[in-house]
Write a protein that binds this ligand. Structure first.
Ligand SMILES: NC(=O)c1ccc[n+]([C@@H]2O[C@H](COP(=O)([O-])OP(=O)(O)OC[C@H]3O[C@@H](n4cnc5c(N)ncnc54)[C@H](O)[C@@H]3O)[C@@H](O)[C@H]2O)c1
Length: 319
C-alpha cells in the first residue's frame, strides 16, 4: 500500500484493519515529491520485500500518489498490477482514470510516464470528509469541465446541480472521462478534448509557483476554462450566452486573480512552451456548440494577453 503522511493519518489508519496483509510504503507528500527519487524509494522497498510479478500495489492518495504509484508499478518488473484508491476529489474525478501515470523530471511536469491502466479503481466518497475545502473546490472545477464538454455536445443539457450528491456528480464525470479514454487511449483524437482549459490552466499553474500562494491544479483549470471560453466566443465557436452561463458557474471554484499587463505577458510566454503548440502559435482545445470537440484553435499571443486582461486584469479605482 503506497501512501503519504496526510492520507496516512486521515484515511489509511481508519481503514488499515480492513485491508489484507500488506507492506506499507510511506513516501513524502506534495507535488515536489512526485519525482524520480521517490519512485526510486518505492522500487527499493518493493525489491526489499521481494515483490514479484504477482504482487499488487494499492495507491491510496490524491493524484500525486496515483500518478507516482501507477508509474512505479508500471515499470517495476516490467509492470505489476495496481489498484487506485483515490482520496481527493480531483483524483477520483480525473487523475485515477484514463491510465496516464507520471512523475516530474528536470522541472517539467509529468515528463516521465507511461500509459498503463489500473487493475481496478475503487472510489469511496466518504474519504472526502477530511479533504480541505480548497482542495474540494479545485476538484469541482474538473468535474465542471466534463459538464461543459457534455453540454456542448448536448449530451447533458440539464443545469449543473451542485446540490446533487457528490457521488452522482462523480459517477457522471468518471463515466464520461472513461468512455472518452476508451475510444482514444493514446490521445490521438477525442481524448484531447479533456484538455479544455488546460493550455492556459497549466501556464497559470506554472506562473503561480513562485507566488506567495501558488494555484492548485484544479484552481488553475477553473481560471483557464474562463479564459478559453472567452476566446472561443471571440472566434465564434460558441455563443456568448453559452460561455457566460458556464463562466458564472466556474467563478464559484476559481480563486480571485488580479493580473498586471506584465503578468499577462509572462503567462503567454509560458503558454508558448505548451506541448500542444505548433509554429509559434498558442493552441487551445476547441469545442463548437452542437458539435463538440473540434481540434485545436490557434490563438495569437496578443489576443491571449488581451483576453487575460479582460478576464482578470487589475482593476484601477475610478476617481
Ligand atoms: N493522470 C492523470 O490523468 C491526471 C489528471 C489530473 C491531475 N493529475 C495529477 O494529479 C495531481 C494533483 O492531484 P491532487 O490535487 O489530488 O494532489 P495531491 O495528491 O497532492 O492531494 C492534494 C492534497 O490533498 C491531501 N489529501 C488527499 N486526500 C485527502 C483526504 N482524503 N483527506 C485529507 N487530505 C487529503 C493531500 O495530502 C494533499 O495535501 C498532480 O500531480 C497532477 O499532475 C493527473
Amino acid at each position: 500500500v503506497l501512501t503519504e503522511p496526510i492520507v496516512y493519518e486521515h484515511v489509511y489508519l481508519p481503514i488499515k484493519d480492513f485491508l489484507p496483509e500488506h507492506v506499507l510504503i510511506l513516501v513524502p507528500g506534495g507535488e515536489s515529491a512526485k519525482n524520480l527519487e521517490t519512485a526510486g524509494m518505492i522500487w527499493q522497498k518493493l525489491q526489499h520485500h521481494t515483490a514479484d510479478r504477482h504482487s499488487l500495489m494499492l495507491n491510496l492518495g490524491g493524484g500525486m500518489i496515483t500518478d507516482l504509484g501507477g508509474f512505479a508499478a508500471s515499470v517495476y518488473a516490467r509492470g505489476i498490477r495496481f489498484i487506485h484508491m483515490p482520496t481527493s476529489l480531483l483524483a477520483m474525478a480525473d487523475a485515477s482514470i484514463g491510465g496516464k501515470t507520471g512523475i516530474n523530471f528536470m522541472g517539467i511536469k509529468n515528463q516521465l510516464g507511461s500509459f498503463c491502466d489500473p487493475y481496478r479503481i475503487w472510489i469511496e466518497p466518504n474519504f472526502l470528509k477530511t479533504l480541505p475545502q480548497r482542495e474540494y473546490k479545485a476538484g469541482m472545477a474538473e468535474i465542471y469541465k466534463i459538464h461543459i464538454l457534455q453540454s456542448i455536445r448536448k449530451i447533458n443539457t440539464r443545469d449543473f446541480d451542485e446540490q446533487l450528491q457528490i457521488s452522482l456528480l462523480l459517477a457522471n464525470a468518471m463515466n464520461y472521462k472513461d468512455s472518452v479514454c476508451k475510444k482514444d487511449p493514446l490521445e490521438k483524437g477525442i481524448r484531447a478534448s479533456l484538455n479544455l482549459g488546460h493550455t492556459i490552466g497549466h501556464a497559470l499553474e506554472s506562473w503561480s509557483q513562485d507566488k506567495p500562494v501558488p494555484l492548485l491544479h484544479g484552481e488553475a483549470v477553473a481560471l483557464g476554462l474562463i479564459v478559453e471560453l472567452e476566446l472561443l466566443v471571440k472566434h465564434k465557436y460558441c455563443k456568448k450566452a453559452f460561455a457566460q452561463n458556464h463562466i458564472r458557474q466556474l467563478q464559484k471554484w476559481a480563486p480571485a486573480l488580479s493580473l498586471s499587463k506584465h503578468d499577462a505577458e509572462e503567462i503567454c510566454r509560458i503558454c508558448k512552451y505548451d506541448k500542444k503548440n505548433l509554429y509559434g502559435f498558442i493552441n487551445i482545445t476547441s469545442i463548437r456548440e452542437g458539435i463538440g470537440f473540434s481540434g485545436l484553435l490557434n490563438v495569437e499571443e496578443k489576443e491571449m494577453e488581451d483576453v487575460l486582461i479582460l478576464c482578470f486584469g487589475k482593476k484601477t479605482k475610478k476617481k
